[in-house]
Design a protein around this ligand. Structure first.
Ligand SMILES: [Zn+2]
Length: 255
């Protein structure tokens, strides 16, 4: 099959669009993890290996993504406690790290966006870059992270590490187009528009020579939590037709 990155006819590998570690899959867990997804008809999925697509890249091309995936894994998952909490009048409002490797982290988000845009997996069906896909691919080929504005990234982080994953989707802020990705507790807004950032995005965006800042988002009160909850409940109903699924099945249950 033709590798979508190098264009060569090679054996393709099971490539993760969102690295496996960001699905928080515990390899020692005997039960397959469940992925909460808002893809119609597949609200939760049992996944052992994470979401992968065997029609994107060859092994050699997938290896190109590895240092970027490893860096993001180290930064956001393994060393998340290194981030300092930003407070305002006694309230936690964000997280910051004084120094980070801009090229490695930016290329991680660029490559996740490219993988999602080229994937045929239903989870990434809303991500379409049109002619900008080739611009993005060229930058990845050169390992060029580009400027703050080039497919610029703004980050949020949920205050809880135990969140599901929703499908990435496009959205607009002040008319500028972004794609929103969920990566464990991290939410990334990647600008897919050629136009520059507007405020407040430009001050918060990922850039060289500035700290890495993530705006905190409360998970318990978030629309995402409500959506995930509804999806899980809908899925349970589908699995047990005719049965009454209560929202809090453990309440008063014998155990
Ligand atoms: Zn290839």
């Amino acid at each position: 099959m033709i590798c979508r990155f190098c264009g060569e006819n090679r054996k393709l590998v099971e490539a993760h669009v969102i690295p496996r570690s960001f699905h928080r899959i515990d390899p020692s867990d005997r039960q397959p993890s469940r992925l909460v997804t808002n893809v119609e008809g597949r609200y939760t999925q049992k996944i052992r290996k994470g979401v992968y697509d065997a029609s994107i890249v060859c092994e050699e091309c997938e290896r190109r993504f590895a240092p970027w995936d490893d860096y993001a894994d180290e930064l956001f998952l393994k060393s998340w406690d290194r981030f300092e909490k930003i407070t305002d009048r006694g309230h936690e409002i964000g997280y910051s790290l004084p120094a980070f490797d801009y090229p490695l982290l930016k290329l991680f988000f660029l490559s996740v966006l490219w993988r999602a845009a080229t994937s045929d997996h239903v989870m990434f069906s809303k991500i379409d870059l049109g002619p900008r896909e080739s611009v993005l691919k060229k930058a990845i080929e050169r390992s060029d992270p580009g400027s703050i504005d080039f497919f610029g990234v703004v980050l949020q982080a949920f205050d809880s590490p135990n969140v599901g994953i929703l499908d990435p989707h496009p959205e607009r802020f002040s008319g500028v187009r972004f794609c929103r990705f969920y990566l464990s507790h991290i939410i990334a807004f990647v600008k897919v528009d050629g136009r520059p950032f507007t405020e407040p995005f430009s001050s918060a965006a990922l850039g060289p020579d500035r700290p890495l800042v993530l705006v905190q988002k409360n998970f318990m009160t978030s629309p995402e939590r409500r959506i995930m909850r509804r999806l899980v409940i809908a899925d349970k109903r589908k699995a047990q037709p005719g049965s009454q699924t209560r929202e809090e099945p453990d309440k008063g249950a014998s155990r």
